[in-house]
Design a protein around this ligand. Structure first.
Ligand code: NDP
Length: 460
């Protein structure tokens, strides 16, 4: 008789948990996965996938507007939000079923309910106990909001994806991925959007030139950005909507207030403390490079570890565990040069170091190459939107340290360049690569002149 009910039990059926469980199952491990909600997790049900579907929907307004320059006569377009939300929900149902089938096909047992650790090998779900040799915590995260008066009136991205009606005007607080993406979504559907950020620029941590370019483009699309602004309180208006009061005395009225001020790991009530799994000050499970927690048979991946909170990273971490434990193939997730995209409008794609990070690591010997141009399509469409691209290069070795882009198709283009950066490509190799003409992407292999920043704005 086996010592434990399972070889591995995963808590949380999001992208990371599912990927790890399936991979382990495919190697013959006896695996169960516990989920208290629907199968699919944040990415499939409350994040990447529904968000991107709404981004696609919102982009049609550009297409209708741009078509006239190419000779199309488009009658005034109308849009029905409930139709889109119903179609999106139908697609999520389909994806959830695919996830369920994939788990079953890999021999993974699905246990419905909330899992709580009882000891390092035992988890209780709804009064029933299950044991496993290894336990994987893949419980993800949840949106957090600051504690200010009236915060109970605000929505998060969870509710924004399922609103019964489209707001005429929305205030979005935060300047990170989620805030910027939803600002673009609501603006694309015609809502008035006010974004409130506490810093000077959006997207803290991204390359500064990208951040400046993004703000220009968002403002160009009519998104009002209130920089260096904090919200003091939110009040429900007497008839409908809300008033947002800032710390500098402004009052901004809107139908809806959305907060996208970060996310926190889902570790409360899991019994982690009781069994000795260490968490950090943000509540994230602390793990080593093998994703192992302070208890050797308990692992954690993805947002619950609060390292690089991106779906493909969680999947990579989860698969690495399955390789290590069940395929005799010790594997660590490589967190270097992970590309990332922000599905703002226009979108951003980026891989490697920003100029600021490169200068901190490599000193003054960092070369910068930039291109800023009007994409060919915008000549006839008349759209006043520019694409910006940037290469950050180590002046000593000629190695490309970072590629950054804001403009149509940036995520698609940067995914390809991420391979070059991962391979350690030099700027010379970029130059030797033949451009694909006519494309925007070819600019990345035709940048000849080093960018010399005017003294005043030189990066620190
Ligand atoms: P982020 O951490 O990216 O951004 C949070 C934003 O809220 C920052 O602008 C931050 O400001 C601001 N903020 C935090 N606290 C406060 C406060 N008390 N008052 C006012 N502003 C505040 O979080 P998100 O919620 O946007 O996204 C969470 C994570 O999800 C991302 O980091 C990313 O890893 C992942 N994600 C990835 C996506 C993708 O790959 N496309 C899409 C969506 C999410 P400051 O900069 O000053 O700290």
């Amino acid at each position: 008789m086996a010592r434990y009910d399972f070889d591995m039990i995963t808590i949380g059926a999001g992208s990371g948990g599912v990927a790890s469980s399936r991979r382990a199952g495919s190697y013959g491990a006896r695996v169960a996965i516990i989920e208290e909600s629907r199968i699919g997790g944040t990415c499939v049900l409350r994040g990447c996938v529904p968000k991107k579907l709404l981004v696609y929907g919102a982009q049609f307004s550009d297409a209708f507007a741009d078509a006239a320059g190419f000779g199309w006569h488009v009658p005034p377009a109308t849009f029905d939000w409930p139709t889109l939300i119903a179609a999106k929900n139908k697609e999520l149902d389909r994806l959830e079923q695919i996830y369920v089938n994939m788990l079953r096909n890999s021999g993974v047992e699905i246990i419905e309910g909330r899992g709580v650790l009882v000891d390092p090998h035992t988890i209780e779900v709804g009064g029933r106990r299950y044991t496993a040799e290894n336990i994987l915590v893949a419980t993800g995260g949840h949106p957090t909001v600051p504690n200010i008066p009236g915060i109970e009136h605000v929505i998060s991205s969870n509710e924004a994806l399922d609103l019964p009606t489209l707001p005429r005007k929305i205030v979005i607080v935060g300047g990170g991925y989620i805030a910027v993406e939803f600002a673009g979504i609501f603006r694309g559907f015609g809502s008035d959007v006010v974004e409130i950020i506490r810093r000077e620029e959006l997207l803290h941590g991204f390359d500064d030139d990208l951040r400046v370019a993004l703000a220009q483009e968002l403002r160009g699309r009519g998104i009002e950005i209130h920089a260096r602004t904090q919200v003091a309180r939110i009040e429900k208006a007497p008839r409908e909507g809300y008033s947002v009061f800032t710390t500098i005395g402004q009052e901004i009225s809107a139908d809806l207030v959305m907060y996208a001020t970060g996310r926190a790991p889902n570790t409360k009530g899991l019994g982690l403390d009781a069994v000795g799994v260490k968490t950090n000050e943000r509540g994230a499970v602390s793990v080593d490079e093998w994703q192992r927690s302070s208890i050797p048979n308990i692992y954690a991946i993805g947002d619950v570890t609060d390292q690089l909170n991106l779906t493909p990273v969680a999947i990579g971490e989860g698969r690495a565990i399955a390789e290590t434990l069940y395929n005799n193939n010790p594997t660590k997730m490589d967190h270097e040069n992970v590309p990332t995209a922000v599905f703002s409008q226009p979108p951003i794609g980026t891989v490697g170091l920003s100029e600021e990070q490169a200068r901190r690591q490599y000193g003054d010997d960092v070369d910068i190459y930039c291109a800023r141009f009007k994409p060919m399509k915008n000549t006839l469409s008349g759209r006043d939107e520019r694409t910006f691209m940037k290469l950050v290069v180590d002046g000593k070795t000629d190695r490309v340290l970072g590629c950054h882009m804001i403009g149509v198709d940036a995520p698609e283009i940067i995914q390809g360049l991420a391979i070059a950066v991962k391979c350690g490509a030099s700027k010379r190799m970029f130059d030797q690569t033949v451009g694909l003409h006519p494309s925007a992407a070819e600019e990345f292999v035709t940048m000849r002149e080093k960018f010399v920043r005017p003294q005043k704005q030189a990066a620190e």
